[in-house]
Design a protein around this ligand. Structure first.
Ligand SMILES: Cc1cc2nc3c(=O)[nH]c(=O)nc-3n(C[C@H](O)[C@H](O)[C@H](O)COP(=O)(O)O)c2cc1C
Length: 334
């Protein structure tokens, strides 16, 4: 399948694996890229730029195909050394950056000077337009369904994607709630040039996380995610667990007076406990409503091949099947 996104990134299928903390290691990114999608290494999971450089080198060993690096710009006073992370991306020969969080504006000159294509993750049309204006090559439009940070507008993709299509000139992919061929075809119908998946890629054989995480995703339903940190305007969609119940109890008690320090134990240092140790009650970790659509743990290649084969059948059989032989002619007459 050819779209503006496959052309832009030199990939076979319009499927991107979003950066995921403690999930987006070389194993997963390499597997996605080898299967014809775009794999993404999560930059900040590597604690230093030097470690990121090693992770990039490991990914080059696993695949000859294009892959990218996620750089999440955090709302924090003690920012990570972003220029050095960008240098690691540039020197590692990576030509694609998925940026997220705060606007990448201040880092665009460095990224562009290195010939790096930038796809920025946005949860609103206004942020997408800003990304276009500052020179991003594409955007990943993340609806309210998404795992991670859906922003504060609570705009589901059924509205957000067609609105993005109305306003944007640069190509965009649909992100949040994407799981299968139905998601891809619907995203294309709403104007996207591909899709970005997070949660779905965790439940794959190659995802380098504890089996408990994959099993929890398969066992969960679409009703099992919770929104946390709303009072801090840093809303995150997570999978419910005992740690998250404790967190929500504190949030209910503190109301609008909530401070990040009140929930430190339930949000800080949780990812290694969940992803490496498999402690599923450790606290808040991002997970999308799309868990309700995830029923198996295939290899990445099986997943991507299945999506592309099913998408073709959906388009050729189901969708064109709705069109009567006369419909084109009657439209012309009208
Ligand atoms: C476990 C997990 C960790 C994530 N970590 C990050 C991250 O560090 N940076 C980022 O930009 N997005 C992160 N995301 C968001 C994903 O890249 C993607 O936008 C999101 O998962 C899409 O929604 P979906 O889960 O419904 O597919 C994370 C998502 C998950 C599920």
């Amino acid at each position: 399948m050819k779209t503006a996104i496959t052309e832009m990134f030199g990939i076979e299928h319009p499927i991107i694996q979003g950066g995921m903390h403690y999930v987006g290691f070389a194993e997963l990114a390499g597997a996605v890229s080898n299967a014809g999608g775009l794999g993404i290494i999560t930059g900040l999971t590597q604690r230093t730029p030097e470690l990121l450089a090693k992770e990039i080198a490991r990914c080059h060993d696993l695949t000859d195909k294009p892959f990218g690096v996620n750089l999440t710009f955090l709302p924090t006073f003690s920012a990570p050394p972003y220029p050095e992370y960008i240098a690691a991306i540039r020197e590692g020969g990576v030509k694609i950056a998925e940026t997220a969080g705060r606007s990448p504006e201040q880092y665009m000159p460095a990224l562009k000077a290195a010939g790096i294509k930038v796809i920025h993750k946005c949860t609103s049309v206004r942020h997408s337009l800003k990304a276009e204006q500052i020179g991003c090559d594409a955007v990943s439009v993340d609806g309210f369904e998404c795992g991670g940070h859906p922003g504060e507008d609570d705009m589901p993709n059924m509205i957000l994607l067609p609105r993005a299509a109305e306003e944007l000139k640069i190509p965009f992919v649909a992100s949040g709630g994407m799981a299968d061929a139905r998601s891809l075809v619907a995203a294309l119908a709403m104007g996207a040039a591909g899709m970005n998946m997070g949660t779905r890629f965790i439940a794959t054989k190659e995802a380098p996380v504890h089996d408990n995480v994959k099993k929890a995703i398969v066992a969960a339903s679409e009703l099992d995610t919770r929104l946390v940190m709303r009072a801090l305007r840093n809303t995150e969609r997570v999978l419910k667990n005992a740690g998250v119940e404790r967190l929500l109890e504190i949030e209910r008690e503190k109301g609008s007076k909530l401070q990040i320090s009140d929930i430190h134990d339930e949000v800080a240092g949780v990812y290694p406990k969940v992803m490496i140790d498999g402690d599923m009650d450790a606290g808040a970790w991002s997970c999308g409503m799309v868990v309700g659509l995830i029923h198996d743990i295939p290899t990445v290649k099986e997943l991507i091949d299945r999506i592309m084969v099913d998408a073709e059948c959906l388009i050729r059989d189901r969708l064109t099947g709705f069109l009567g032989a006369e419909s084109k002619a009657s439209l012309k007459v009208a």
